[in-house]
Design a protein. Structure first.
Length: 408
C-alpha cells in the first residue's frame, strides 16, 4: 500500500476540534491512506491524538508515526491561547529543522501542512528534499464599507495586519526562498496564485475545507423555511449582513408567511450584544434565534432541519460551507476568495461586493428566490450535495495529495 515516506509538519492537530486542528488531523490521515507519514506537531496535541487513536482504532494508523516538538519554555511563556500564535508559529517553523536533523529518520518528501496563510515562510527546504507547501490561503483585507457598523478598533487591526502581510510579501527573503524552493504549492484559493505570482510554479488549487459525512438518507422537503449561519461573532464573519438581509427578506411577508420563516445563528463572540440589538431594534426576536456553541452532533441536527445556509463571511476559508453543502443546503455568500470560490451557481448565490445597502438587498433577494420557488430550492439542494461529494470530502483531498506526491 505505502510507497513513499512523507515528513509532514502540522502545527495544529486535534481530531476532537474543528477548523485548523481538524484539517491537520484529517490531512495526516489522508496522507497515510496512500503513503507512510512521519507527522511532527506540537507537544500539547499529544494527549488528544493518543486518546482519539485508542478510542477509534484504524488500520491506517499503522502508516502514521507522530513526533512532538516544542520550543523551550523560555521561548514560549508569553504565548497565551491564540494571542501570539503567529509569532510563535514562525519561531516553531525555524526550530523544527534542527529538531528533524537530530532525529535520524528516513523520508523522501517534506510537506509543510498548516497554518494556512500565504505570508509566513517555511524552512523545510533546508532539508534538501522535494518540498510541498500548503494548503495555504490568501485572506484579503475586508472591504471598508462592511466595517462601518463596527468599532474603529477592528478596522485599525485589519489594516495593521494587512501592512504586516504586505511587508512579508514584498520584503521577506525567507518567504521568497520558500516559494522558490517549493516543488509544489497547494493553494486554498485563487488569491494565492495572484499574490505570490505563481505562473511559473507547479501548484494546485485545493480548498482546505472538507468535512466528515454526517448526512444520512435523502434530502427531505421541509414545511418551514429555516436559514442557518454558523461562526464566531466577529466582523470577519459578516453576521450583521446575515441578520439585516433576513430582516429585509421578511419585510413584505404576511404574518402567516413569517411564522414559517426562521434564522438560526450558531455561535458567540464579542459582537453578540450588537447583533442582539439589531434583532431587538427591528422587532424580529420571534424569527431569529441565537444558539451558543453546541456539540458537533447537535449542530448536524440543525443543518438537517435547515433549508438554506446564509454565510456572507469575508474570510478566505470556511469549514462550515462544506458542512452545509454535505446536508444539501444551498449557500448564499459573498463573491470573494473564500466561500464565493467554494460554490458555483448551481448550488448557491455568490453576491458581488458593492455598497453596504445594495449588498444587503442582493442577499435578501437571493433568500427570497429560494423561498418563493420550491423547484429552484430543490434543484439547488441536490446540486449542493453533489458539489460536496465531488469537492469537499476528506478522501477527495487525500487523492489530490497522493497525485501531488506521485508527480514529484
Amino acid at each position: 500500500m505505502s510507497n513513499k515516506t512523507i515528513l509532514a509538519t502540522c502545527y495544529a492537530v486535534n481530531p476532537y476540534k474543528g477548523s485548523e486542528d481538524a484539517t491537520g488531523w484529517n490531512l495526516i490521515y489522508q496522507i497515510a491512506r496512500f503513503n507512510k507519514v512521519i507527522a511532527i506537531t506540537r507537544e500539547n496535541n499529544q494527549k488528544a491524538i493518543d486518546k482519539f487513536m485508542s478510542d477509534y482504532p484504524d488500520e491506517v494508523y499503522k502508516n502514521i508515526t507522530f513526533l512532538y516538538f516544542d520550543l523551550p519554555y523560555w521561548m514560549r511563556f508569553w504565548k497565551k491561547g491564540s494571542r501570539g500564535a503567529m509569532l510563535y508559529y514562525a519561531l516553531w517553523q525555524r526550530g523544527i529543522v534542527t529538531f528533524i536533523k537530530k532525529q535520524n529518520i528516513q523520508y523522501e518528501i517534506v510537506h509543510n501542512v498548516n497554518f494556512h496563510n500565504d505570508w509566513t515562510p517555511s524552512f523545510l527546504w533546508k532539508l534538501n528534499k522535494p518540498m510541498v507547501w500548503g494548503p495555504i490561503g490568501h485572506h484579503s483585507i475586508i472591504p471598508a464599507q462592511y466595517m462601518k457598523s463596527y468599532s474603529k478598533k477592528y478596522l485599525i487591526k485589519d489594516k495593521a495586519t494587512w501592512l504586516v502581510k504586505n511587508f512579508f510579501w514584498k520584503a521577506s527573503m525567507s518567504l521568497k526562498k520558500t516559494i522558490h524552493h517549493s516543488n509544489h504549492i497547494i493553494c486554498i484559493n485563487k488569491g494565492v496564485e495572484k499574490q505570490l505570482n505563481l505562473k511559473n510554479k507547479s501548484f494546485t488549487i485545493m480548498p482546505a475545507i472538507a468535512t466528515d459525512d454526517f448526512f444520512k438518507g435523502i434530502i427531505a422537503r421541509k414545511d418551514t423555511f429555516q436559514l442557518i449561519s454558523v461562526g464566531r461573532f466577529v466582523p470577519l464573519k459578516g453576521f450583521d449582513l446575515t441578520i439585516l438581509s433576513f430582516i429585509a427578506f421578511l419585510e413584505n411577508k404576511s404574518e402567516a408567511e413569517k411564522e414559517k420563516c426562521k434564522l438560526t445563528l450558531v455561535g458567540t463572540g464579542p459582537e453578540k450584544s450588537f447583533y442582539k440589538k439589531i434583532i431587538a431594534d427591528n422587532k424580529v426576536e420571534k424569527y431569529v434565534e441565537i444558539i451558543e456553541w453546541i456539540d458537533r452532533k447537535e449542530l448536524m441536527k440543525l443543518y438537517e432541519k435547515a433549508s438554506v445556509f446564509l454565510f456572507p463571511s469575508h474570510e478566505g476559508a470556511g469549514m462550515v460551507v462544506a458542512e452545509a453543502l454535505s446536508f444539501g443546503l444551498p449557500v448564499i455568500c459573498l463573491d470573494n476568495e473564500g466561500p464565493g470560490e467554494f460554490i458555483n451557481e448551481k448550488c448557491g448565490f455568490a453576491i458581488s461586493h458593492s455598497d453596504y445597502d445594495t449588498t444587503v438587498l442582493k442577499l435578501s433577494e437571493a433568500i427570497h428566490q429560494l423561498y418563493s420557488d420550491a423547484t429552484i430550492l430543490e434543484k439547488m439542494s441536490q446540486n449542493a450535495r453533489i458539489h460536496f461529494e465531488q469537492h469537499f470530502t476528506w478522501n477527495k483531498k487525500g487523492q489530490i495529495l497522493n497525485q501531488v506526491y506521485n508527480q514529484l
